[in-house]
Design a protein around this ligand. Structure first.
Ligand SMILES: Nc1nc2c(c(=O)[nH]1)N[C@H]1C(S)=C(S)[C@@H](COP(=O)(O)OP(=O)(O)OC[C@H]3O[C@@H](n4cnc5c(N)ncnc54)[C@H](O)[C@@H]3O)O[C@H]1N2
Ligand code: MOO
Length: 340
């Protein structure tokens, strides 16, 4: 810290706030600590009675917090993310469109292991909306060694640390199982729930087939949808333990490869994930019709960004897999699905 004449302070960093008081009108900050003094500031500083200032010189090899924040943000900025202006050193990353936020957890940890560097993000694999802030970065001191920022940049160059993946508009086939629905004993309440959810992501329901609890007819419906070009197949109901719950065996009989039957998520544990060729086939249990948010809401955004679901991915959902069933659902702003 040194004292310099105002006229000689250009390019230096102010060490303290400067308060302006206009009696009866205004009292507040005219200049903030950390501000880099420019030529235009000089008349105002003189007017405020400041002929000398305490400043830090920005030394060779050091960066001001605003520049450091911007460079960290650029280093971790992947597709679909815009940056805000630095505010008191903090730069935020903002989603440019609706999509799935992803973060390379290992690289994020490496960045935060560098002392005095802060990069805070949302959880991995969370759906975000256009305009959502998904991450914020800053450095702790007002001036920081540039070498540290260069290390962050080297990490960022090796792989995208954060990104927002857009959703693909898929053609979705729905198969609603249940003899009670098929024979018209009750009205179908499951199809509309699933339809609304996929349409909410910009997908189109190409066909909705009703079948009784018959594994051959379920298998046939799966194959028919594949033949008609479905990108995603959803079966509803018939997923648990009753003798009439034959959706899993119907999906198997269609020739699909099973990734999992069962997921450590409540509600949604009786889920099946399978693939017939490249096409995902999800067997959705009854709770998906009943509960506002379930395992289906956790997996749908992953599927719609083209991710291949694997058993380790499903198993990881156990941590954070318990829905708290709040009176007013705040998902995804909650712990449900944070293990994704
Ligand atoms: N003994 C056990 N019972 C249950 C288990 C279990 O493990 N052991 N699992 C529970 C879980 S978890 C769920 S989820 C539900 C299972 O759901 P299912 O997918 O098997 O659902 P269904 O048996 O087909 O139907 C349940 C209920 O919902 C009505 N339903 C089904 N589809 C429709 C539709 N399209 N429209 C309107 N209503 C529909 C159906 O008539 C039944 O009343 O099981 C727990 N039980
Ligand atoms: O599959 Mo059930 O879904 O946990 O309510």
């Amino acid at each position: 810290m040194q004292i310099v004449r105002v006229e000689e302070a250009i390019g230096n960093v102010l060490c303290h706030d400067i308060t302006q008081i206009v009696p009866g009108e205004f009292k507040g900050q005219a200049f903030k600590k950390g501000h880099i003094i420019t030529e235009q500031d000089i008349p105002r500083l003189l007017q405020l009675g400041k002929e000398h200032l305490y400043v830090w010189e920005v030394k060779e090899g050091f960066l001001h917090e605003n520049d450091a924040g911007l460079r960290i943000a650029r280093a971790i900025q992947g597709v679909g993310l815009a940056l805000t202006e630095p505010r008191e050193g903090k730069v935020s990353l903002v989603a440019e469109y609706d999509g799935l936020f992803t973060v390379n957890e290992e690289f994020l940890t490496s960045i935060n292991m560098i002392e005095e560097i802060v990069a805070a993000t949302r959880n991995n694999h969370r759906p975000v909306k256009k305009g959502d802030i998904v991450a914020g970065v800053r450095v702790i001191p007002l001036l920081i060694e540039e070498a540290k920022i260069k290390t962050v940049e080297a990490i960022g160059q090796a792989a995208a640390v954060t990104a927002v993946s857009p959703y693909r508009a898929c053609k979705v086939g729905i198969i609603t199982t249940g003899s009670e629905v098929y024979h018209g004993r009750i009205q179908d309440k499951f199809g509309p729930v699933v339809k609304a959810k996929v349409e909410g992501y910009g997908c189109e329901v190409m066909q909705h087939i009703l079948v009784p609890d018959d594994r051959d007819q379920i298998a046939q419906a799966v194959r028919a949808l594949i033949a008609d070009g479905a990108d995603l197949i959803l079966t509803t109901g018939g997923m648990s333990v009753d003798p009439d719950d034959v959706s899993p065996s119907g999906i198997r009989k269609a020739g699909a490869e099973i990734v999992t039957y069962g997921a450590p998520v409540l509600p949604g544990s009786m889920l099946m994930v399978a693939y017939l060729g490249q096409v995902p086939v999800l067997g959705l249990p009854g709770c998906v019709m009943y509960h506002k948010t379930t395992v289906f809401d956790l997996l749908l955004p992953l599927v719609l960004t083209g991710r291949q679901l694997t058993r380790p991915m499903i198993v990881k959902l156990g941590l954070g897999g318990l829905c708290l069933e709040c009176e007013v659902c705040q998902y995804p702003a909650c712990s449900f699905g944070t293990g994704a």
